[in-house]
Design a protein around this ligand. Structure first.
Ligand code: SAM
Length: 234
């Protein structure tokens, strides 16, 4: 029988497009987001006691890919994009019911003009992702020290050193008034080398763009170094 689910809210994040979002939470700790509750869940009672927990599980919908069909086999980027595994042996966005889970840090519980909001960090979610449920992260049960994780055992390495061109440095000083963690955010995102796997094997001077907040960050890769060329308002 189909199940009907109503989101409890949505999350506002710096990530305006899927490209360059980290593949799991905790990789980009300088990404801060706000969980905003819908009217039906905008009561302090729903979050009473939540500040005792440093981390939360978010259950959410991969809303931007929800209309795409799913296949039993997927190609995890960690396997270079060529090898296939079953969708249930992966954290692919393309999956039955389009549900995702992410453990994030709870930074602050906030309330502005009657709108309750949770400030979280380290999430791997697109801006406006619908949140379906929130649960406290419980270390004694959720953290399993000797767990085997096959092709995803280790945290991905930081692959690229990140440098800012002179003009990007000047632009940073302007935008950091509004976004104080912008330089670290850009560094953490780009050090993961978000280029598609098939671009990484060729040497090219290609200019990439990534949308963070209302900014377009333009960068290129040269000899294992990522150079941020420009930061401009969209
Ligand atoms: N931690 C989650 C999990 O395991 O369920 C997500 C893993 S999934 C590989 C992470 C990727 O999902 C991100 O890199 C981004 O490209 C994509 N993504 C994030 N939010 C999304 C959304 N609302 N709709 C579609 N794709 C999204």
């Amino acid at each position: 029988m189909p199940i009907e689910i109503t989101p409890i809210g949505h999350i506002k994040t710096p990530y305006k497009e899927k490209f360059a979002i980290p593949r799991q939470p905790g990789l980009v700790t300088a990404a801060f987001g706000q969980i905003m509750f819908t009217q039906a869940f905008n009561s302090v009672d729903f979050i009473r006691g939540i500040e005792q927990f440093s981390h939360l599980w978010l259950v959410f919908q991969f809303h931007q890919t929800a209309d795409k069909s799913t296949s039993p086999l997927v190609r995890p980027p960690r396997l270079g994009g060529n090898e296939k595994v079953g969708v249930f042996a992966s954290r692919s966005t393309h999956r039955p019911n389009n549900l995702g889970i992410s453990a994030v840090r709870l930074e602050k519980v906030s309330s502005i003009s009657g709108q309750h909001c949770l400030i979280v960090s380290g999430m791997d979610l697109l801006d406006n992702t619908p949140i379906i449920d929130i649960k406290p992260y419980i270390p004694y049960s959720d953290s399993i020290a000797d767990a085997a994780a096959g092709y995803a055992q280790d945290k991905p390495e930081e692959l690229l050193a990140v440098r800012f061109s002179k003009s990007a440095q000047q632009q940073l000083t302007i935008y950091q008034h509004k976004y104080p963690h912008l330089n670290i955010l850009i560094e953490q995102i780009l050090s993961q080398d978000p280029r598609p796997a098939y671009h990484k094997t060729t040497t090219s001077d290609r200019l990439y763009g990534v949308a963070l907040y209302d900014l377009n960050i333009q960068w290129r890769v040269a000899e294992h170094c990522c150079i941020v060329e420009q930061i401009n308002q969209i």
